[in-house]
Design a protein around this ligand. Structure first.
Ligand SMILES: [Fe+2]
Length: 161
């Protein structure tokens, strides 16, 4: 009889080099960067809809920080390290930098929608990698975060129509 593959290859053993943990750290860098970018937008947005967008961006910044926490703690649950400093985010983040200076609300929203779309794609690739590694729990983390990312993109996109 063929034995069933475990939900996670072997979560009980610490690994020196594990592609799943490396990818969790790569996505962690993206989310640390995203958090800073949303705060940048929160601080610098201008327009007649300022207060609504200022507050919405702050909610989204909190969500980005919570998503970073989820990804980091999944890496730790797999007995890897969770390296999430700002300096590592600068080196490793895959999303485009947010414009500097004051920014009109429509432009700020479009820029953040673009970042969310970039993240949705990289998280989808990461979930595929976790699925290939038969790591259902990590795959589930990514799928849940894709739902959050896509929902926040939709909340922003709705302002542009
Ligand atoms: Fe604030």
């Amino acid at each position: 009889m063929v034995s069933k593959a475990p939900a996670r290859r072997n979560a009980s053993k610490a690994k020196q080099s594990d592609p799943v943990i490396d990818t969790l750290n790569a996505r962690l860098a993206d989310l640390v960067d995203l958090h800073g970018q949303i705060k940048q937008a929160h601080w610098n947005v201008t327009g007649m809809d300022f207060i609504a967008i200022h507050l919405l961006f702050d909610e989204q910044a909190t969500m980005a920080r919570d998503m970073a926490d989820t990804v980091a703690e999944r890496a730790r649950a797999l007995q890897g390290a969770a390296d999430g400093t700002i300096r590592l985010a600068v080196e490793r983040s895959t999303i485009d930098e947010f414009p500097h200076g004051l920014i009109d609300s429509k432009k700020a929203i479009a820029e953040l929608v673009d970042r969310y779309e970039q993240l949705s794609e990289s998280f989808s690739n990461a979930s595929d990698e976790a699925a290939d590694a038969e790591d259902k729990a990590t795959e589930d983390v990514y799928v849940e975060l894709i739902r959050t990312i896509d929902k926040q993109a939709y909340f922003l996109r709705a302002h542009l129509k």
